[in-house]
Design a protein around this ligand. Structure first.
Ligand code: AVI
Length: 317
């Protein structure tokens, strides 16, 4: 990351932590979970037996790739929002007919360029046009998108579940404007289910998710001159039925204080820092509503046999 950008990033992190720890319910936005170590831990989470979303979505995509390709048509431009070139991306790259271009969008320039290099080797005929950007902010998309072929957005992993309704509508609305009328969009969405399945998925037996959550405090200590005693906090995954979401919290296990830069914050025993929401959707409820508000209709949908996860095909009106 260039120095000026890194300084901006750190200032935004510091502001989010300072503001978040001053609230009645302490909270830090989940995007700060993903430093290099956090991203590696998340990769490990996706392989855990308890964490069903990744393997379930991948299986749906594998099974439906031919159908999706037929519904999209020849010569599409595929735009992926967030970290690209996963196994899931390659399923689409292999299935889509005469793909015109692949446009992965990610904040990490190093990651994107490595991804692009790998894809250009494996798909020599494919135009790979990476865009370094935060997909939650307005994005300048490359000229490839102004061609005549179909435009297809891709946002897998139920990352949409980590956003608020307002963020979902803003994100999908911008994607609708960028991709244009008639565009399609493949959206992965995790579905509402029993807490008996959800809680272990977010609090696994080997403690990888706990390490992922606690790493946020280690990151604050390192990047923001924090003084957290990480061993005096524990990970908790809670099901919030009213909001239909799993919440991750860091629970203080003792009466303690911690410094972050110049600020001093108190953490009575039992108090928590709320670090992530992971919404679980009912397709025809809140999700269809958010899509409609952003100018998309649900054209098709596919789920696994146990209805754990859904892949939606949206169409821009
Ligand atoms: C990235 N996101 C979709 C994951 C989720 O399931 O909400 C993040 C995660 N947090 C804990 N485990 C996985």
């Amino acid at each position: 990351m260039p120095d000026a950008l890194a300084a901006d990033h750190r200032a935004a992190f510091a502001a989010d932590v300072r503001d978040g720890l001053a609230r009645a319910q302490k909270a830090i936005p989940s995007r700060w979970l993903y430093d290099a170590h956090g991203s590696a831990l998340f990769e490990q989470i996706t392989q855990l037996p308890e964490y069903y979303p990744t393997r379930t979505e991948t299986a749906i995509l594998r099974q439906m790739a031919g159908t999706i390709a037929a519904q999209v048509g020849r010569g599409a431009t595929l735009v992926e929002y967030g970290a690209g070139a996963s196994v899931k991306t390659r399923i689409l790259l292999d299935a889509l007919d005469g793909l015109a271009a692949y446009v992965p969008i990610d904040v990490s320039a190093a990651f994107l360029h490595e991804t692009a290099r790998g894809l250009r080797t494996d798909y020599p005929a494919l135009a790979v046009e990476p865009v370094v950007a935060d997909f939650l902010a307005p994005i300048a998309l490359p000229a490839a998108l102004h061609g005549t072929g179909p435009r297809l957005g891709f946002f897998p992993g139920s990352t949409i579940g980590n956003l608020s309704d307002a963020e979902i509508v803003a994100f999908l609305g911008r994607a609708r404007a960028d991709l244009g009328p008639g565009a399609q969009f493949i959206l992965g969405a995790d579905l509402k289910k029993s807490p008996a399945i959800l809680i272990p998925a977010y609090d696994d037996a080997t403690g990888v998710t706990a390490a992922f959550n606690l790493n946020l405090l280690t990151r604050i200590n390192r990047e923001l001159a924090g003084s957290f005693d990480v061993s005096a906090f524990r990970h908790e995954a809670r099901w919030n039925d009213d909001a239909s979401r799993i919440e991750m919290h860091l629970v203080s296990t003792a009466d303690q204080t911690a410094r972050v830069g110049d600020g001093l914050f108190a953490f009575p025993a039992g108090e928590t820092i709320h670090t992530e929401n992971s919404r679980k959707f009912t397709i025809d409820g809140d999700l269809a509503e958010d899509c409609a508000h952003a100018g998309w209709t649900i054209e098709d949908r596919w789920t696994d046999a146990a209805s754990l996860f859904a892949v939606l095909l949206l169409r821009a009106g």
